[in-house]
Design a protein around this ligand. Structure first.
Ligand code: BDR
Ligand code: CA
Length: 319
């Protein structure tokens, strides 16, 4: 399968994406970088460790990523969306013993990229702080990566944290700006795509029924986690029919090139303080001469039935 280094802020949709990756043969996770974002960095690390335990994937290094953004003010976490522990209504057992000083240091990102080189794909489903730090510390090394997939931004579509800004970008626009300025071979999967990549309560129940028969540990966490997440969305967006799997569709895009529709456009992140702080601007004008911002591939549409069928199939398969 594709070699993937996964940067995430392990709340619910990041966790579902990681579970999917563990179940899917076409993806080989070679490292996990856990960052602050939906939850604190230590909770994100603990969550990654818990998933490593229950999936018995001890060979995958877990790397301690960024603890805070480049904003210089206190960061905001989202327990109302992801739960206090990042697992929604599921309470993970106490793993304190398992994680004291037990994580790889940041420089292991360098080692992994040097090891896998142009075979490596990076997926980033949280704030861009750790990835920006990698570009600052190891620019020549990160440049060797084959491709980067980033869940973030909103183009000609409302934001989610502000009317125009999306959470992963708004949480640290300075770092997003660094990545989108220096990064090449970037695919952005914005809210335009992810907001409609929903899983409905009926699908959640179906997945749960299949997993109950198997009694796996991972199977037990899926329903309480996704139900909690869905309840938040339902309360805040009454018309939504399910919960958007932002981070999972971003990972799915890596192995479903032909089921996504992309446009390659100049992209800029607004870093001036003001109403538009954290907005992503894409130049979609039909002109010959476009803005001279760096050009990136932006996901604008996709095959929903293909996506959701894969989600149900993979999350109910035997590991
Ligand atoms: C993004 O923000 C986080 O809450 C989700 O995990 C996702 O990565 C959606 O805006
Ligand atoms: Ca995320």
């Amino acid at each position: 399968g594709r070699k993937v280094l996964f940067f995430g802020d392990f709340g619910i949709d990041d966790i579902v994406a990681l579970i999917y990756a563990f179940f899917e043969d076409e993806i080989d996770i070679v490292g996990i970088v856990a960052d602050y974002g939906n939850v604190t960095k230590s909770t994100a690390l603990r969550n990654a460790r818990y998933l490593q335990e229950v999936s018995q994937s001890y060979e995958i290094p877990i790397i301690a990523g960024a603890e805070r953004s480049a904003l210089g003010t206190s960061d905001v976490f989202y327990p109302e969306i992801h739960g206090e522990e990042g697992f929604g209504g599921f309470i993970p057992p106490d793993l304190t013993n398992h994680f004291e000083n037990d994580f790889e240091n940041f420089h292991v990102i360098y080692d992994l990229i040097e090891q896998y080189n142009e075979d490596l794909i990076i997926v980033n489903t949280g704030r861009l702080t750790s990835l920006a730090t990698s570009y600052i510390l190891y620019p020549d090394t990160v440049a060797k990566v084959k491709e980067l997939y980033i869940m973030g931004g909103a183009f000609n579509f409302p934001g989610n944290v502000t009317p125009i800004a999306e959470a992963n970008i708004f949480g640290d626009p300075y770092s997003a700006n660094i990545v989108l300025t220096y990064g090449r071979n970037i695919t952005i999967i914005p809210l335009n795509v992810t907001q409609s990549a929903i899983i409905t309560p009926e699908m959640i129940n179906f997945i749960d029924k299949q997993n109950q028969l198997k009694q796996t540990e991972i199977g037990k966490i899926i329903k309480p986690m996704l139900n909690y997440y869905y309840q938040f969305y339902k309360a805040h967006i009454p018309t939504i029919e399910g919960a958007p799997l932002h981070d999972l569709i971003t990972l799915w895009a890596i192995i479903n090139e032909d089921k996504m529709y992309y446009e390659t456009r100049p992209v800029k992140v607004v870093v001036n303080i003001g109403e538009s702080f954290g907005q992503t601007i894409g130049d979609f004008r039909q002109m010959i001469q476009l803005a001279d911002y760096p050009v990136h591939r932006i996901g604008l549409n996709y095959n929903y039935p293909a996506f959701i069928n894969d989600v149900i199939r993979v999350l109910t398969s035997d590991v």
